[in-house]
Design a protein around this ligand. Structure first.
Ligand code: ZN
Length: 348
C-alpha cells in the first residue's frame, strides 16, 4: 500500500538552478540519483505534490558556511540581499518551475481545487512558494507579477533580515525570540496576502514577527518546515506558545526532516533514527491535534536521516507512524489531507 503524500518544503528548484548541467529540466524529469527529489523518484514514492520553494541564496560562501557549521552558534545573520540580486535568482527558479509545468512534469496550482484536479490527473501538484520575500519590492509591483505567475505561499524571511522582517539566526540552545518584529512594509505584506489568498509561512521568522503575523492575519498560522523546540531547542523550532497559537488558529506544522532540527543535540548527522522523527510527530500531535500535523521535508535543502535518504524514503516514515500505532486515517491526514485542508482555508 502506497500512501500518497504532500510535502511542505523542498529546495529542488535551487538545486536545479545551481547545477552545472545545462539540461536542468531533464535532471528533474528523467531523474538522476543526485539530491533528494526528481520526478521518477517522487512518483515511485507516492509524492502527490508539495511546496516548491524559491529561495534567493546568500553568497555561496554564506550558504556553505551555514551547511558546514552544524553548531552555527554565533547566531549572526547572513547579509541582506539586494532587490536586483534577489529578483534575478527568484526569476531563475520561477522560470524553471514554469518550464517544468510546460514540459508536463508538474502542475502549478493556484487553488485547492486545482491541487485536487492535478492529483486526480496524476500530475505532481506544486505550490509556488518563496522562502524569503527579498524579490518583492515595498511598492508590491513584483508581488503582482509573481502572483500572476502562480505565487501562493510566502515565507516572509529566511534566516536573515529583509525589508519586511527578521528571521531567526541558526542558533542552538536558544529561543526564537531574537530581534525585531515586522516592518510596516511587512505588516502591509501580511494584509495583502490575507486579502489575496497567499499563505504566510512562519518557518524561519523570529518570535516578534510571528506575533505580528498572528495579530494581523485572519488565516490559519502555518509553519511549513519546523519541529518541536522542547525536543530540539534550536531557534528554527517552535516553542510551546507558538504551537498553541498555531493550534488556536486551526493551523498546520510540517515536520522538518533536517537532522539538526530533529536531534536533541542539534547536530547535523545522517545517523539519526526515524524514531526521532516519530517522537516529534507525537509531540506535534499532542500540541496541535490531528488536523495540525503534516510533512515539510526540507529535501534538497538539508541533511536528512540516512534511513530516509531521499524522497523514496518517505514511505518508511509513514510506515513507522503506522507501526507506532497511528491508524491509517490519521497517517493519511498527516501525509496529505491536512495540507489540502489548510491550503483550502488560506489560498482558497
Ligand atoms: Zn528553510
Amino acid at each position: 500500500m502506497t500512501i500518497p503524500f504532500f510535502d511542505g518544503h523542498n529546495d529542488t528548484l535551487l538545486r536545479l538552478l545551481d547545477h552545472a548541467r545545462a539540461d536542468k529540466l531533464d535532471l528533474f524529469i528523467k531523474g538522476s540519483q543526485e539530491g533528494h527529489i526528481d520526478l521518477p523518484r517522487a512518483r515511485s514514492a507516492g509524492m502527490a505534490g508539495g511546496f516548491f520553494a524559491i529561495f534567493p541564496p546568500p553568497l555561496k560562501a554564506g550558504l556553505a558556511q551555514v551547511a558546514a557549521a552544524p553548531d552555527y552558534a554565533k547566531g549572526q545573520l547572513p547579509p541582506q540581499l539586494d532587490l536586483a540580486d534577489a529578483q534575478k535568482s527568484t526569476l531563475g527558479m520561477a522560470a524553471l518551475l514554469l518550464q517544468l509545468e510546460r514540459a508536463g512534469a508538474l502542475s502549478v496550482c493556484r487553488t485547492a481545487a486545482e491541487l485536487k484536479n492535478a492529483m486526480a490527473d496524476d500530475s505532481l501538484a506544486a505550490i509556488f512558494h518563496i522562502e524569503g520575500a527579498e524579490a518583492i519590492d515595498t511598492e508590491f509591483q513584483s508581488f503582482e507579477v509573481l502572483y500572476a505567475a502562480g505565487l501562493r505561499s510566502i515565507g516572509i524571511t529566511w534566516s536573515r533580515a529583509n525589508a519586511f522582517g527578521t528571521g531567526v539566526p541558526f542558533r542552538f540552545n536558544a529561543d526564537p525570540d531574537i530581534g525585531p518584529g515586522l516592518t510596516d512594509a511587512g505588516k502591509e505584506l501580511v494584509r495583502i496576502c490575507d486579502q489575496r489568498g497567499v499563505m504566510i509561512d512562519l518557518s524561519h521568522l523570529n518570535a516578534a514577527g510571528f506575533r505580528d503575523v498572528a495579530a494581523i492575519s485572519s488565516k490559519p498560522l502555518v509553519a511549513t518546515h519546523s519541529n518541536v523546540h522542547a525536543i530540539c531547542p534550536c531557534t528554527r523550532n517552535l516553542t510551546d506558545w507558538q504551537l498553541a497559537a498555531i493550534r488556536e488558529s486551526g493551523g498546520v506544522v510540517g515536520l522538518n526532516f533536517a537532522t539538526g532540527f530533529l536531534r536533541p543535540d542539534g547536530r547535523f548527522l545522517a545517523d539519526t533514527p526515524i524514531d526521532l522523527m516519530v517522537r516529534h510527530v507525537d509531540a506535534l500531535l499532542e500540541a496541535l491535534g490531528e488536523d495540525g500535523v503534516a510533512l515539510g521535508s526540507d529535501f534538497d535543502g538539508a541533511m536528512v536521516p540516512a534511513e530516509i535518504g531521499d524522497v523514496t524514503g518517505v514511505p518508511k516514515l509513514l510506515q513507522a507512524l503506522l507501526d507506532h500505532g497511528y491508524g491509517e486515517q490519521l497517517v493519511r491526514k498527516i501525509a496529505l489531507e491536512n495540507w489540502l485542508s489548510v491550503l483550502e482555508r488560506t489560498i482558497g
